[in-house]
Each structure stands twice: as structure tokens, then as C-alpha cells.
Design a protein around this ligand. Structure first.
Ligand code: ATP
Length: 233
């Protein structure tokens, strides 16, 4: 579904992605794990089109994304749930969800919203309240749900566990794991390597702008180098 080859990106004169190769097959959950500053967010921004690419190619569902602006990528089926959630704090929960469905004006929007409420019932309770009043975990649920309202075939998720209490992190990861059954392919970038690898099919390990290891998620969890460097085991 998604093929990234030799991807490079820079901030000014400083290159931070030095030739990333990565694939995501339809129906997979793939995670990119790595420490703070490894380049995970930059990679996702290149995929969603909000960060310029200085080399390499991105192919999504058989078509090159080169020259396709960020605002046209959701219509192709590629949607990002950004780092830091970026919800509209002065709009209500429901208004935020409806913005996620900006491409659509059909009856399915209401059904999709009911699906979001079924996934995260707290959002139903708070649907008419300003999103700025939600807790961090609830805002993350809203950000993910808003991205899903765009009916992506591939969801790009940036650090959904960031700054959240362990019990909420578990809930979020459970939902991400369940998206597969709904036919959504997921590319998840995370510092929480253990949580991410536990729900993923495959994983890539990123260090200073390069992929240094990749494989089946179970194999990565069992790898002594990963256990020491990333899982604290
Ligand atoms: P985090 O978990 O903190 O988001 P990350 O793995 O996502 O880390 P990036 O945010 O992609 O990493 O950052 C990769 C490198 O690019 C880092 O060295 C960072 O300092 C640098 N960087 C990120 N954003 C900018 C920017 N807007 N201008 C200049 N350098 C940047």
C-alpha cells in the first residue's frame, strides 16, 4: 500500500532523514520506534505532505505522492493524526469530528460519528463541550477519531501515547490494535517501543534519521539489542 524509498528531508541545511526505506502492506499495523529526535515525526510529515522531501520517493496505492499537496492526500486515503493532537480547542467535540469528515457530506458521516463514540464512549458524553476542556487522553482519543472520520485507508499516527497515564495508553493501544479489523492500515510512530511493538505486525527501528533494524514485531521484542536499548529489559 505504501512504499518509501530513499527518503531524505532537511530543515534548512541540516539533513535529518538520510534515505529511509519502508513499506506498509494493506491491512498491516507497522510501527516505527525510536528515541526522541530520531526523525519519526519528520518521516510522518513527509508522508502527509507537511514537510518537504529533498530526495527519494513515496508511492501510495500505486501512485507517486510527489507534487501532491498535503490537503489532497486525505482524499487519496492517507490521513495523519498529528503529534500533540492539534485539536480545535474552542470547537466542540462533535464539531472537531465533523471537521475530520470535511471530504464528505453523506449520511455515513453520522454513522462514522456513532462508530467513534462506540470506540471512545467518553467522546459521546462530551460531544457538546469545547474540546479544550478534555483531558490529554480524551484529546488523543478525539484526534484519532477525527482522523478516522476521514475514512483513511492508511492512518498515520504520531505518538498517540505521549504524556498519557499508563491506563489510558493501554486503552489507546487497544483501539489502535482493533483498527485492523475495521480494514484500516496503520503506520504508528512511537517512543513507547514496547506498547507499539505489542500491537504491530512489523516494526522499524530508527536512529538519527536512519532505519537501523526492521522485522516482525515479535522478533524485535525478542531481540536482545532492542530489549536493552529500547525496552529497558
Ligand atoms: P520526537 O519524538 O521528539 O517527535 P522524532 O523522532 O519525531 O522525535 P523529529 O521531531 O522528526 O524526531 O526530529 C528529527 C530531528 O530534526 C531532530 O534532530 C530535531 O531536532 C530536528 N528538527 C525537528 N523539527 C525541526 C525544525 N522545525 N527545525 C529544525 N530542526 C528540526
Amino acid at each position: 500500500m505504501l512504499t518509501v524509498e530513499g527518503l531524505r528531508s532537511r530543515y534548512g541545511r541540516i539533513e535529518v532523514l538520510h534515505g529511509i526505506d519502508l513499506t506498509v502492506q494493506s491491512g498491516e499495523i507497522v510501527t516505527v520506534v525510536g528515541a526522541n529526535g530520531a526523525g519519526k515525526t519528520t518521516l510522518l510529515k513527509c508522508l502527509s505532505g507537511t514537510q518537504p522531501v529533498s530526495g527519494g520517493t513515496i508511492t501510495f496505492r500505486g501512485e507517486s505522492l510527489t507534487g501532491v499537496p498535503a490537503h489532497r492526500r486525505p482524499a487519496r486515503g492517507l490521513t495523519q493524526s498529528p503529534e500533540g493532537r492539534q485539536i480545535f480547542t474552542n470547537l466542540t467535540v462533535e464539531e472537531n469530528l465533523r471537521l475530520g469528515a470535511f471530504l464528505y457530506a453523506d449520511d455515513r458521516v453520522d454513522k462514522d460519528m456513532q462508530d467513534a463514540f462506540a470506540m471512545f464512549p467518553i467522546l459521546r458524553e462530551k460531544r457538546n463541550l469545547p474540546a479544550g476542556g478534555l483531558s490529554g487522553g480524551q484529546q488523543q482519543m478525539l484526534a484519532m477519531s477525527r482522523a478516522l472520520m476521514g475514512r483513511p485507508s492508511c492512518l498515520l499516527l504520531d505518538e498517540p501515547s505521549m504524556g498519557l497515564a499508563p491506563i489510558i495508553v493501554r486503552q489507546i493501544f487497544d483501539v489502535v490494535g482493533s483498527l485492523k479489523a475495521l480494514g484500516v492500515t496503520v503506520l504508528l510512530v512511537e517512543q513507547n517501543a514496547f506498547g507499539a511493538l505489542k500491537i504491530a505486525d512489523r516494526g522499524y527501528v530508527m536512529e538519527t534519521g536512519r532505519i537501523i533494524m526492521s522485522g516482525a514485531a515479535d522478533d524485535l521484542i525478542a531481540d536482545p539489542r532492542i530489549r536493552t536499548a529500547y525496552l529497558g529489559i
